[in-house]
Design a binder for this molecule. Structure first.
Ligand code: C2O
Ligand code: CU
Ligand code: CU
Length: 592
């Protein structure tokens, strides 16, 4: 089945047991939790030497913090990192050797180690992704904490039960520092989930943090275990050949014949996964039902999409998986069928085992395996009604909501990787000279101009606390971008196809001339539909090529300066990130 040109996997699959990160449970009313950021050693695979990493408590991933909804949690993030930076960063000289793309194999592929990355000294800033956190503690990308310093952050935990994660967020180098290991899970619990009888904690609740990693080779061509972040001349994102779950390459999980709750999160820099459970040569979807998404429970459970469960960087899924009908020895293998860079193209789940592809930078589609062991079958009936607190925004408020439009734009650069930006639009009055972006839905055409495009450009979004806002994300690139908004979660309102034209010379650093029409582009085969499992509260949404996604968000409590960005970390670092400032209404009249 496997494509003959794909080199055999250099590491044995499904030999290491899936690790479960240790749990840290802050006691209510007690002293702050202390989490030390440390240089550590970690073994990614039985047959790999130990790797140096930077991790929370020196671990890869960090400990899972578990908190109750309600009482605030204070964490002292104590930076004890020691140089040198543990990841070798390189850009390979060519795209492929012998027809094998450099990102499909380990080793430097002719690249030289980047001295700038090697000199990283351990400045950090911690962000709790998905947290409703006051701006001071949200991990603003430029507010650094050096080795020897610490940051005391308070997290109110006044939010729905959900799987969040904490990770580094330093300006320009987030991609390297998260890759080095600076990421961990954070779970919020609440009574509603207990009423539903959902599994909590081991053994039946299992977090699955999925990432991809690569390693260098020694002079003899053997894997060293040293982490390698490799890009190619034409591909600015690092896509790595080894899939790592909870810190192990291609692990195996032994389960009893019972219902498990898998809390799945994509913690990769850039890779999107489309997960297909496979058994006896066929997709095995029936045993899986999805009950939650980024910000907790869905209103009702749903099955997985027909092609598989798509998770882009930072997206989460809460799954119930019923193994109770399986005999001891039965195996379910999880495959990934998403090629990279991901553009939303379909791939039939039935072919999942053969999804390996060199052009798709997916040499090994295997993710992990589940093996059933002896035991008395216990089946839990899945609840039929889940969240009871998800009221849609009232129609009048939605109609009155301010609308903001953001273009996702890729600009080719001479001799450098492309520049990706989020371009915020303002009105372009009739008759005003200069480049104009028009957006036409057939009935109406609106005229805009770009008012900001780089992170350093002045903030133009000042959402008022308590008010609904509609943000329109318009993708003019050829890849899918997972767009993440800090602070309050949002809902997806619409996905629509579009076509666009940019005249030759129409794309400047800030200026842009473009005509966007909300109708299907010729040859566009994507559905542009909202999946069942996206009908909950999200903080990260995939925006596919030739697509407009509308989200509705209401910032509720905390006024201050926050960020929104593409969660492909290589894009976030190379300017797909913008600030926004939430404002209490009574301050607005004083805002110049
Ligand atoms: Cu997970 Cu601003 O990031
Ligand atoms: Cu975030
Ligand atoms: Cu992006």
């Amino acid at each position: 089945m496997r494509n003959a040109r794909i080199p055999p996997a250099p590491l044995a699959q499904f030999v290491d047991p899936l690790p479960i990160p240790p749990r840290l449970r802050p006691a209510v009313g007690r002293a702050p939790l202390t989490v030390r950021l440390r240089t550590g050693v970690h073994r990614f695979h039985r047959d790999l030497p130990e790797s140096r990493i930077w991790g929370y408590e020196g671990m890869f991933p960090g400990p899972s913090i578990e908190a109750e909804r309600g009482p605030p949690v204070t964490v002292e993030w104590r930076n004890e990192l020691e140089p040198p930076f543990p990841v070798v960063v390189t850009r390979a000289l060519a795209n492929a050797a012998d027809g094998v793309p450099v990102q499909c194999v380990p080793g430097l592929s002719g690249g030289t180690p980047d001295p700038g990355a090697a000199a990283l000294a351990g400045h950090v800033v911690v962000h709790l992704h998905g947290g409703l956190t006051p701006a001071t503690f949200d991990g603003w990308t430029e507010n650094l904490c050096a080795p020897g310093q610490s940051a005391l952050f308070q997290y109110p935990m006044d939010q729905r039960a959900a799987l969040l994660w904490y990770h580094d967020h330093v300006m320009g180098v987030t991609r390297f520092q998260v890759y080095a290991g600076l990421a961990g899970l954070w779970i919020i619990r609440e009574p509603r989930e207990r009423e539903l009888g959902l599994p909590e904690g081991p053994p039946f609740e299992v977090p699955l943090l999925i990432q991809d990693r690569n390693f260098t080779l020694d002079a003899r061509g053997s894997l060293t275990g040293q982490l390698l972040h490799k890009t190619a001349p034409d591909v600015m994102e690092a896509f790595a050949p080894f899939t790592v779950v909870n810190g192990k390459v291609w692990p195996v999980l032994e389960v009893r014949p019972a219902t498990y709750r898998f809390r799945v999160i994509n913690g990769s820099n850039a890779r999107t996964y489309r997960l297909v459970p496979f058994r006896n040569g066929k997709p095995d979807f029936e045993r899986v039902c999805q009950i939650g998404t980024d910000h907790g429970l869905l209103p009702v459970p749903c099955g997985l999409p027909a092609d598989g469960l798509v998770l882009a960087s930072a997206e989460r899924a809460d799954l119930l998986v019923d193994f109770s009908d399986l005999p001891a020895g039965a195996e379910v293998t999880l495959f990934n069928t998403a090629s990279a860079p991901f553009d939303g193209s379909r791939f039939s789940a039935a072919e999942a085992a053969g999804a390996g592809s060199l052009e798709g930078l997916l040499p090994y589609p295997e993710v992990m395996r589940v093996r059933v062991v002896e035991g008395k079958p216990v089946r839990r009936a899945g609840p039929q009604a889940l969240a009871t607190d998800l009221d849609p925004p009232p129609a009048e408020l939605l109609a009155a909501a301010p609308r903001r439009t953001i273009l996702l734009v890729e600009r080719e650069m001479e001799g450098e990787p492309n520049m990706l930006t989020l371009r915020e639009l303002g009105p372009a009055p009739e008759g005003q000279p200069g480049p104009v972006v028009t957006i036409s839905d057939g009935a109406q055409t609106t005229r805009h101009r770009v008012v900001a495009s780089h992170f350093e450009d002045a903030a133009t979004f000042y959402p008022v606390l308590g008010q609904y806002e509609v943000w329109r994300l318009v993708n003019l690139t050829t890849d899918t971008h997972p767009i993440h908004v800090h602070l309050d979660p949002f809902r997806i309102l619409t996905r629509r196809p579009l076509r666009h034209e940019i005249p030759k010379g129409g794309m400047g650093d800030l200026e842009l001339t473009a005509a966007v029409t909300l109708e299907r582009a010729p040859g566009d085969a994507l559905e542009h539909a909202i999946d069942e499992n996206e009908r909950g509260l999200k903080d990260t949404v995939r925006v596919n090529p030739n697509e407009l996604v509308e989200i509705v968000v209401r910032f509720t409590k905390y006024g201050g300066r926050y960020m929104y960005h593409c969660h492909i970390l290589e894009h976030e670092d190379r300017d797909m990130m913008r600030p926004f400032v939430t404002m209490p209404p009574e301050l607005m009249p004083f805002m110049g």
